[in-house]
Design a protein around this ligand. Structure first.
Ligand SMILES: Nc1ncnc2c1ncn2[C@@H]1O[C@H](COP(=O)(O)OP(=O)(O)OP(=O)(O)O)[C@@H](O)[C@H]1O
Ligand SMILES: [Mg+2]
Length: 383
């Protein structure tokens, strides 16, 4: 078994020696890795001696035990502090616990008390640490999803954006929305952000190897949702290579639960790369005959690319009956069925587009039909 490493901080040398002696009686269990005469010394020693436990006196010169405990708890959460105090310092002790100390022992201590306190505190602290995964460092899955269509204007951008918001706000997923419709940059317009950095700035000036390097180019829509906008200059598409996109995705993947890509309608290299690597493609169509026809052809292409039915899902947007085509008619044509039906809500959607304010995630009590339909689609994504 690994020994419990202990750092002793007390300005009274006798105490340090007594503790050392006591712990040396169980040399198989404990190892005193250092001693300090005040809180500051203790803090300075931690990175080198890497203790599991700090036995800390309360009253010490330079930096007292309370402040030192607070700093240790903040900076080295893996280290547990046990306060040592004399009878009558109850108030201080309470404070110490408040500042992050895990336990206390009263001086003068007996052998068993000291040994037992250290062992149980160490055990408990280790158990606790196991359950804490720092939010920042948690590796995420970075599930890649994309909306695609073989005809323009069917609602890819509206659905990408509003599903990204729903997943981030209502399903508590960490989401990246990546606008790869490089020529028209719909997403930045839909959220009313015209002067933000785009993927062109990133590829132009930035390094793509770490999240820190990419972060300044991301727009934080909410705590859980970042967006990387498209440049909106038709000529810009040439500057953004498949290799850069590959690099960006590789770097960002572990930072997000879900990455949603809004594509243009060109079957170019970049789009193909995304389609190839997506776990799911939402093929978007409206109920118009022309759109349905193009969708049928597009789905055939997907099949010939070897994408199976788990990967490609048909989403009917702007569902209504005014085209004289029913849900049943559509289902008869598409053998794998319809994955989601998003109603035609002209008023809500147009208002949202014109104002540059997405309709999802407004936190209204009564959800509209279109919000509910998008939420249902998002539930499917999380299954
Ligand atoms: N569910 C809906 N109900 C009503 N109108 C909608 C709906 N979805 C989209 N629209 C309308 O269709 C327009 C086009 O939508 P959107 O920009 O999302 O399409 P797109 O597929 O991204 O187009 P492009 O191919 O140009 O990128 C929107 O501006 C909006 O007016
Ligand atoms: Mg679009």
């Amino acid at each position: 078994m690994e020994k419990i490493k202990i750092l002793i901080a007390d300005d009274v040398e006798d105490i340090v020696n007594v503790v050392k002696k006591t712990l040396s009686l169980e040399a198989d269990t404990f190892e005193v890795v250092g001693s300090a005469g005040n809180g500051q010394e203790a803090l300075d020693l931690i990175p080198t001696v890497k203790p599991d436990i700090v036995l800390m006196d309360i009253n010490m010169p330079v930096l007292n035990g309370l402040e030192a405990t607070e700093q240790i708890t903040k900076e080295y959460p893996g280290v547990a502090v046990i306060m040592m105090s004399v009878q009558g310092e109850a108030e201080y002790l309470k404070k110490a616990m408040f500042h992050g100390a895990k336990e206390f022992i009263i001086k003068p201590f007996n052998y068993e008390g000291l040994v037992e306190t250290i062992k149980t505190t160490h055990q408990r602290h280790r158990e606790m640490q196991k359950n804490i995964v720092p939010k920042e460092e948690k590796e995420r899955e970075g599930k890649l999803l994309t909306y695609f269509s073989s005809k323009g204007g069917v609602g890819k951008s509206i659905l990408s954006l509003n599903s990204a918001i729903t997943l981030s706000q209502e399903k508590n997923q960490k989401v990246l929305l990546l606008d790869l419709d490089l020529q028209f940059s719909d997403i930045s317009i839909l959220v009313n952000k015209y002067n933000e950095q785009t993927i062109l700035d990133l590829v132009d000036e930035g390094q793509l190897n770490t999240h820190q390097e990419i972060e300044p180019y991301l727009y934080e829509y909410n705590e859980n949702l970042d967006m990387l906008f498209a440049p909106g200059k038709p000529e810009a598409a040439e500057y953004i290579s498949k290799a850069s996109i590959e690099r960006i995705l590789k770097t960002l993947k572990p930072k997000y639960d879900i990455i949603i890509v809004d594509t243009g309608i060109n079957f170019d290299d970049n789009t193909l790369y995304i389609l190839d690597h997506a776990e799911r493609i939402f093929f978007v169509s409206t109920m118009e005959i022309a759109s349905l026809k193009n969708t049928k052809l597009g789905l055939n292409v997907m099949e010939s690319l070897g994408y199976d039915q788990n990967k490609v899902k048909l989403v009917i947007n702007r569902y209504n009956t005014k085209f004289g085509v029913s849900k049943g008619d559509v289902e008869a044509v598409f053998k794998d069925g319809i994955y989601a039906m998003i109603p035609d809500e002209e008023k809500i959607v147009s208002l949202s587009v014109n104002r540059g304010e997405p309709f999802a995630g407004k936190g209204r009590l009564g959800k509209t039909k279109i919000e509910k339909a998008i939420e249902a689609m998002c539930n499917g994504i999380l299954e």
